[in-house]
Design a protein around this ligand. Structure first.
Ligand SMILES: Cc1cc2nc3c(=O)[nH]c(=O)nc-3n(C[C@H](O)[C@H](O)[C@H](O)COP(=O)(O)OP(=O)(O)OC[C@H]3O[C@@H](n4cnc5c(N)ncnc54)[C@H](O)[C@@H]3O)c2cc1C
Length: 475
């Protein structure tokens, strides 16, 4: 029986463990901080649970237009908000309970498949040997035919912005707050910064978003990012563009953020969202012959092989694409490859991803930037949701559907959805990209009337004609 040892029980590790067990291997997972990893305990699950509360508040706050009156509020939609408050202690208790339950669910799944779990810190002592330092200080040596490294990543800390867990916070510390931040300064306007800024703004904090670039979400579709920035400012958030934080200091019950241009921003709390660094420093990688890049990420190929024979790596510790879904896929691919099952190499063009702001941004396949730079030949169309009948009924004023296809064949190569629940709406586009469907096939499938997905079919229909023409943008 092949002995598989996995270091790290996040999505990269536990999904791999399930596949390996199903393929008949003897599997052991060494995990330090709790099954489910950061994805379940500190990152995805907690943040999306927080966002769920924010989403309801946003909906209620903007429901005056639909004739909703709450409490003593006046018919003026602007007055609805005065009657809404967030019980942040309750929200955070719910977040932590949900994360804990999810972690236990992962444990039960592993147990059902006969996977052994060792609680402790793992490191390699050669390509076929893992040493686990257990919680009681003891050690256990585990022989392995196959090793998977899936140790994840942790928040990057700026040298002059040391988190104190009370006022200066990383994203995994916010759930300990028992009071809603009065004025929250979010440093970093990437996906994590934008999600938290939007959520706390909805929960009732006065939010200042410090963004070092021209616009928020600099790596996302520019049209989508512009929608989010407009919505942020309309909802009262202060967005400081082209502003880089140099120093964050605690002053009594508040924080002071000094920007590189000398400006000073004061708040009650500061959330640092300036990226992640790989958990690869103390893994004994040298002893096993596993190489990392200059930033410390483990180098892997498309079937998750590292530079050492029999040693694979998956997830955030590889820096390939920091998503739970990608970590899980890399882990599954690794085990299929190692244990001789059918393997499809990782294809990043097919990854569907979402920014959980309100509205959400969901993307799959090639991007507008790929088209504009000439990297790929495609035609695209963008339909604003304001023309969609369901959107009108629901009072949705922001968002659009963007679809891209090959000019000659009409094969769908990418899409962007900016809408409430875009994370759900992107699926038909994702299926089309993955199965190489044409715009005509996508348009042929029935959509419900009225529905937001009707705009996906309409975009596909409009590309039927465009698909035969030279590339051109539309809006
Ligand atoms: C705020 C935030 C929100 C996010 N939201 C989403 C989202 O909505 N959707 C999405 O797809 N992605 C999201 N992500 C990204 C996602 O969390 C990561 O991509 C995912 O956690 C990566 O999984 P992983 O298995 O590589 O690592 P992790 O989930 O970090 O798990 C690694 C595990 O390894 C353990 N470990 C580390 N070192 C050792 C060691 N030496 N020995 C034993 N165990 C060790 C850790 O304790 C941990 O349990 C979010 C990230 C952040 C920061």
């Amino acid at each position: 029986m092949t002995r598989v040892v996995i270091i790290g029980g996040g999505p990269g590790g536990y999904e791999a463990a399930l596949v390996a067990a199903q393929l008949g291997a003897e599997v052991c997972v060494v995990d330090r901080d709790g099954l489910g990893g950061s994805a379940v305990l500190t990152d995805c699950v907690p943040s999306k649970t927080l966002v769920a509360t924010a989403e309801v508040i946003n909906q209620v706050r903007e429901s005056g237009e639909l004739g909703v009156r709450i409490g003593r509020s006046a018919p003026d939609p602007g007055d609805v908000s005065t009657d809404i408050a967030t019980d942040i202690a309750k929200v955070n208790a719910r977040v932590k309970a949900l994360a804990h339950n999810q972690s236990e669910d992962v444990g039960r799944s592993l147990q059902r498949e006969g996977v052994r779990v060792v609680r402790g810190s793992g490191r390699m002592a050669g390509p076929d040997r893992v040493v686990a330092t257990l919680a009681d200080g003891g050690t256990e040596e585990l022989a392995a035919d196959v090793v998977l490294l899936s140790t994840g990543a942790r928040p990057r800390i700026l040298p002059d912005a040391e988190p104190d867990g009370e006022r200066i916070l990383t994203w995994d510390q916010v759930y300990e707050l028992d009071e809603l931040p009065g004025r929250l300064i979010v440093v970093g306007s990437g996906v994590t910064g934008a999600e938290f800024a939007g959520a706390y703004n909805a929960l009732g904090s006065d939010v200042v978003l410090v963004s070092s670039r021209d616009r928020v979400l600099p790596t996302e579709d520019a049209d989508a990012a512009n929608v989010i920035e407009d919505v942020f400012t309309r909802r009262g958030m202060t967005v400081l563009s082209r502003s880089r934080a140099e120093r964050v200091e605690r002053r009594g019950d508040g924080v002071v953020v000094t920007l590189t241009d000398g400006r000073v921003v004061e708040g009650t709390h500061c959330l640092l969202a300036v990226g992640s660094i790989a958990n690869t420093a103390d893994l004994g990688l040298d002893t096993a012959g596993v190489t990392t890049d200059e930033r410390g990420f483990i180098e892997v190929d498309k079937v998750s092989r590292t530079t050492a024979r029999g040693v694979y790596a998956a997830g955030d510790c590889t820096g390939v694409l920091m998503l739970a879904s990608v970590a899980a896929m890399q882990g599954r691919i690794a085990m299929a490859h190692a244990l001789g099952d059918a393997v499809s190499p990782l294809d990043l063009e097919e990854v569907a991803a979402t920014v959980f702001t309100a509205p959400e941004i969901a993307t799959v396949g090639w991007s507008q930037q790929d088209l504009d730079s000439g990297r790929v030949q495609a035609v695209g169309i963008k339909l604003p949701l304001t023309r969609n009948p369901r959107a009108k009924m629901q009072g949705i004023h922001d968002g659009f559907i963007k679809l891209m296809c090959r000019p000659g064949t009409g094969i769908v190569v990418g899409g962007v959805v900016v809408a409430p629940h875009a994370s759900e709406l992107i699926h038909p586009v994702s299926v089309a990209v993955s199965c190489r469907l044409t715009v005509d096939q996508l348009a042929h499938a029935f959509t419900v009337y009225p529905s937001l997905s009707g705009s996906i079919a309409e975009a596909a229909r409009r590309l039927h004609v465009r698909g035969q023409q030279a590339p051109r943008k539309d809006s």
